[in-house]
Ligand binder design. Structure first.
Ligand code: PLP
Length: 476
């Protein structure tokens, strides 16, 4: 049984006993009888979807008025009610989702958009004369237009759908950069990169004899711009950098990095995987050459993401994969390719997920990214201040400009142990290397514990996190 199993696991980690957990549950969730589902033999009910209104009855957080109760014009409780997954318990505890940097939860409007697609529109796109093909094509192309608008791109044709940031970076590396590389050429990265923005460059560097040059950060985790500029020279062929570090939360001054690269005639790729859901982007104002993001990090489904590229650069790039959709004409002697973005979209894409991405961008736009940033920033500052009061806790990444990520380690506690303890409280955080080993090793670490914030999180959840960490460090 689920509840029994999780208790069993906890005991084997030397974590709180069943009686202690019951005591805590009673404190945080006074209206519940702890483990009643187990007693009744109906533990699956714990995981069954609940009516949205039940959340308020059950949660120790939303039932209290929030100290910062609104994101723009939207009340925080009503925002939370848009996300059905938040309305569940893990064992006796209300789920607290602080793993937003790994993936975000989905609002009902996105879930509904997927259902609607499969109920009324499902078809392959572009290739048929029937009504459903037209509906599916409209849904897909409308999502492209919404993505372009969201990024401030000049046209929908500058957006290619990809599976996510990783695929977008691989595409640019293989199709745009590799054909230009020769032995001794250089690609500039930063120490903050996610593995997805290291490994594709490393592979093409190994294949061509090119070299990677890596910009350092200061002790707060911010890029040292003067050092960055020194990495450029006549051999530099490309520069790729993240907008927000997924391990530290640093907001990188991408305007400056783009303009330094451009002053050397070097094209750039911005990895917006961790910024797209927090910071308004405008690729035209940034003069960005390429930019990638993943839908699932901005409340959209997995399996869909976008690559923005300046039109002339997308035209200049080689094809990525061959197959259906990306061709204009095929004989056994030669193939004529479609123009971008179809040129990069071989095979059947994630059509429903693209429609879901459009719905997610609508949802975020209806709340306003500026409002989201302001609310999340208040949570981040509060969280950082409070975390520092936990005995033995060290925050990793203290740049002046940060968003959404609170990475830390605690003296005497492995990251895994902290993560498992928090899980026993219903709090989901990531512990480990976060696919950013060079960034963490720069701070002498192999991993950290990483709560990451979205605009459906609350101050009460931060308090609960801090209380839980205090309990861990007090008790063990
Ligand atoms: N870049 C950054 C900064 C990320 O945080 C991530 C994922 O966590 C990625 C790239 C890769 O994203 P995906 O796995 O969705 O392709």
């Amino acid at each position: 049984m689920t509840t029994a199993n999780s208790l069993y696991d906890l005991a084997s980690y030397g974590l709180p006993s069943e009686a202690e957990l019951e005591k805590l549950a009673a404190r945080y969730f006074p209206e519940l009888t702890p483990f009643e589902s187990e007693a009744s033999g109906a533990d699956l009910k714990t995981y069954a979807p609940k009516a949205l209104g039940d959340y308020e009855k059950e949660s120790a957080y939303v039932s209290k008025p929030s100290r910062y109760g609104a994101v723009g014009a939207r009340n925080i409780d009503s925002i939370r009610a848009d996300f059905p997954i938040l309305n569940q318990r893990l064992g006796a505890n209300q789920l607290v989702w602080f793993d937003n940097a790994a993936t975000t939860q989905k609002p009902q409007s996105v879930i509904d958009r997927l259902s609607y697609f499969y109920a009324y529109e499902n078809s392959n796109i572009h290739r048929a004369a029937h009504d459903l093909a037209a509906r599916a094509t409209d849904a897909y192309e409308e999502a492209r237009l919404k993505t372009a608008r969201f990024l401030g791109a000049p046209s929908a044709e500058s957006i290619a759908f990809v599976r996510g940031s990783t695929e977008g970076i691989n595409l640019v590396a293989r199709s745009f950069v590799k054909p230009k590389l020769k032995e001794g050429d250089e690609i500039v990265l930063t120490v903050l990169e996610h593995h997805a923005n290291i490994v594709p460059w490393q592979i093409i560097a190994q294949e061509t004899g090119a070299l990677l040059r890596v910009a350092p950060v200061d002790e707060s985790g911010q890029i040292i711009l003067s050092q960055y500029a020194k990495l450029f020279n006549s051999r530099t062929k490309f520069a790729a950098f993240t907008h927000v570090s997924n391990a530290l939360g640093t907001i990188v001054p991408i305007e400056a990095l783009v303009s330094i690269a451009h002053s050397y005639g070097v094209k750039t790729l911005i990895d917006a995987a961790q910024s797209v859901s927090h910071i308004p982007l405008n690729v035209a104002a940034l003069d960005a050459d390429f930019l990638v993001f993943s839908g699932h990090k901005i409340y959209a489904p997995t399996g869909i993401g976008a690559l923005y590229g300046k039109r002339e650069l997308l035209e200049e790039a080689d094809v990525y994969q061959g197959g259906g959709n990306m061709i204009a004409d095929v004989t056994f002697e030669r193939t004529i390719y479609q123009k971008p973005p179809a040129k990069f979209e071989a095979g059947t894409g994630s059509i429903a997920d693209a429609a879901g991405l459009g719905a997610a961008l609508d949802y975020v736009s209806s709340i306003g990214l500026e409002n989201i940033f302001a609310y999340e920033h208040a949570l981040l500052e509060y969280g950082a201040r409070e975390l520092k009061t936990v005995r033995g806790l060290r925050l990793i990444g203290t740049a002046d400009h940060k968003t959404s990520i609170l990475s830390f380690v605690i003296d005497g506690f492995s990251n895994e142990r902290v993560g498992k303890f928090l899980n026993s409280k219903g709090i989901a955080v990531r512990s480990g290397h976060h696919c950013a080993q060079p960034a963490l090793r720069n701070f002498g670490l192999e991993g950290s514990v990483r709560p990451s914030i979205a605009f459906y999180n609350t101050f009460e959840e931060i308090d609960y996190l801090i209380e839980s960490l205090r309990e861990l460090t007090r008790t063990f």
